[in-house]
Structures are given as structure tokens and as C-alpha cells.
Design a protein around this ligand. Structure first.
Ligand SMILES: [Zn+2]
Ligand SMILES: [Zn+2]
Length: 345
């Protein structure tokens, strides 16, 4: 039986249509065809630092020089940025249309010097260092009050949009609030004003009580397939204790977060045969005071709850999905969670 489900945070519908018969066995993708990139031509490999713009930040061996080898994690401006920090931030109208100049920041985090290791291969300690770089870049960019939103995300595999196979993630800081983010911010704020509770805390509470959509949990984090999952094996990883801002995560949470992310990536790789995927860090936007809207962010610390969204790319976005904005998902989140939970790693 198919079912229409509503995601209260995204304010969007999804059709869970399990008779379309997508189980892990027939969802497995063939080994991805990764074009062989030789070390000499990969701009992210050590020794080729001069082929990228100068680094913004790096975790380095003592004594090694910037923009040379000796790093373990390296942050650089995107060579082909969608937005640039040099552009002035200008807003203007063109008749009924609104335009903002292409002001922003677009950075690449090269997660490892190795072009063989992918994120599930990293040690927990190295993954913690990568997430610590996320935290620091986020904190740094948040100081620039011209940014309305800062997003950290990862594309893995060419079907998920990665153009280079050397493991990396990206940060984009933009001068407007994306519509999807605006809807989510508004729905959790309305919920909080009505109930004086955080929606995500309530979701986590209910998911842990019901249990059927939980993949794993530890002392500080829970991983679950959302009730209104738009995509097969879509997952959310959230801290159990309320926290709105990833840029202030403490060392203990950073370690536990790395442990559960690694665990889940290893499970996904095993169950879905190394699928392409995207992950997106949803964290509170910079809460700069806005002229004429002094109360705009007054409850953000209480109403917003950060999480990591993880989406294996198993389905195509086709006509119905484009036309309605909602997805047909052939795998129920209950099945997805069970397959992942029961996988031995
Ligand atoms: Zn490389
Ligand atoms: Zn919360």
C-alpha cells in the first residue's frame, strides 16, 4: 500500500510507494566508473598545491610551509566559484524581478592527502579533525554579517555531482536565505511559539520511543530515517541534547559525531554497494540583527536544532517530482532503517 506522508519541518509531502519494489538487493548500483585521475594531474594531491588558489587554512605537520606538501586537511577557495567574496553585495530591482549580486564565499575542504581513501575509510580521529575544520570555517565565516546562510555539504560520486574523486567537501556562504531553509526556519519557529518546544527534540523523542526508524544511536547522537523520507535510505544524524549551532560543538560531541558518521557511511557502503551520496549540514544561520526586525532571531537558540542530512542518490528526479516538488520514494524509511540496523559491520 502506498501512503502520502507529510514532513512538518519541510512542509512538504512525499509518496511512500513500496510496491515499486526497491529493496537493497535491486538498488545496488554497479561499481561507479571513476575516471582514473593520475596523481600528477589531480589538483588536490600533495605536490600539486600550486594548481589551486592559495590555501585559506590547513592542518599541517609542524615546520611545513603553506601551499606546499605536509598537510593532512587543506581548505582552499573553489577555483570555479559559484559566488565570489570580491563582488560587492548589491540588491536591486529590475521591474518586478529582484537581483542580488554574486557576492559570497565558495571554499573546498580537501579532507585527506590520499587520493585512495574515502570518508568511510578515515579513522575516527581524522574524521574528527575534518569536522573540526567544518566548525572552525563556519565560526570564521559567521563573523561576516553580510552572509545570510552558510552551508557545508559533500558530493560523493559523479552521480551526486562530484567532479573530482579525491575526497573533499564544500562550503558556500550566500547573501540570501534559500527558500528551503526559510521554510524550515519558519516551521520550527512557529512550532516553538505554539508549544514552547523544539520540533527536532520532539521528533527525536518520538523516534526513540517508536524505534522502527532508528538506525543507530550512542550516548550523544541518534541516526534515523525521517518519517517523511523523500528518498530511499535518506538519513538524519542529530545530537540528542538540544543545540542549534554546529560552530559551537564541543570536543566530546565532535568525537561522538565522527564515530556515528563513520559507522553510518560504512553501513551505507555495504548495504547499497558504495552509492553516490550527498550530505548537508543544517545549522543555524548567522543571527545578525536585521534593521526593522529586532525580534527576528529571538528564539533561534531554542527553536532550531542542527543535524546532518545524508541522501544516497538512488532515484531520478522525474516529471512528477519537478511538477509537484514532492518525491515518490520506493523504500519506506522503516525498511531502510531496518536494513541498515541489521547490517553487520
Ligand atoms: Zn588527488
Ligand atoms: Zn532541539
Amino acid at each position: 500500500m502506498s501512503e502520502l506522508r507529510y514532513d512538518p519541518m519541510r512542509k512538504s509531502w512525499v509518496i511512500i510507494a513500496t510496491e515499486r519494489g526497491m529493496r537493497p538487493s535491486n538498488q545496488q548500483k554497479p561499481e561507479q566508473s571513476r575516471p582514473p585521475v593520475s596523481k600528477s594531474s589531480c589538483p588536490f594531491c600533495p605536490g600539486n598545491e600550486d594548481r589551486t588558489p592559495p590555501e585559506i587554512f590547513a592542518v599541517r605537520e609542524p615546520g611545513s610551509k603553506p601551499n606546499g606538501p605536509g598537510w593532512t586537511i587543506r581548505v582552499i577557495p573553489n577555483k570555479f566559484p559559484a559566488l565570489t567574496i570580491e563582488s560587492p553585495r548589491e540588491r536591486y530591482g529590475k521591474g518586478i524581478y529582484d537581483v542580488v549580486s554574486g557576492f559570497g564565499a565558495h571554499e573546498v575542504i580537501v579532507e585527506t592527502p590520499s587520493d585512495q581513501e574515502q570518508m568511510p575509510d578515515f579513522t575516527v580521529a581524522h574524521l574528527r579533525d575534518v569536522f573540526s575544520v567544518y566548525k572552525n570555517r563556519l565560526a570564521d565565516l559567521k563573523r561576516d554579517q553580510r552572509f545570510r546562510y552558510i552551508m557545508i555539504f559533500k558530493n560523493y560520486g559523479s552521480e551526486a555531482g562530484a567532479s573530482l574523486c579525491h575526497s573533499h567537501s564544500q562550503i558556500i556562504a550566500i547573501p540570501v536565505t534559500p527558500s528551503l531553509v526559510a521554510v524550515e526556519l519558519a516551521s520550527v519557529r512557529d512550532y516553538f511559539h505554539l508549544k514552547e518546544r523544539c520540533m527536532m527534540c520532539d521528533i527525536i523523542h518520538q523516534e526513540r520511543e517508536e524505534g522502527e526508524r532508528i538506525v543507530i544511536e550512542d550516548e550523544h547522537f541518534v541516526v534515523f530515517a525521517p518519517f517523511g523520507s523523500s528518498f530511499p535510505f535518506e538519513l538524519r544524524i542529530a545530537p540528542k541534547r538540544h543545540s542549534h549551532d554546529f560552530s559551537v560543538i564541543d570536543e566530546e560531541h565532535l568525537y561522538h559525531f565522527s564515530t556515528v558518521v563513520k559507522d553510518v557511511l560504512v553501513r551505507l557502503r555495504k548495504v547499497l554497494n558504495d552509492p553516490p551520496y550527498n550530505f548537508i549540514l543544517h545549522t543555524a544561520p548567522p543571527a545578525a540583527t536585521r534593521v526593522g526586525k529586532p525580534d527576528y532571531w529571538s528564539s533561534i537558540g531554542e527553536d532550531y536544532h542542527w543535524y546532518l542530512e545524508l541522501i544516497p542518490r538512488m532515484t531520478m528526479i522525474a516529471g512528477f517530482e519537478w511538477g509537484t516538488g514532492f518525491q515518490i520514494n520506493p523504500t519506506s524509511p522503516e525498511d531502510a532503517a531496518r536494513f541498515l540496523r541489521e547490517t553487520e559491520i
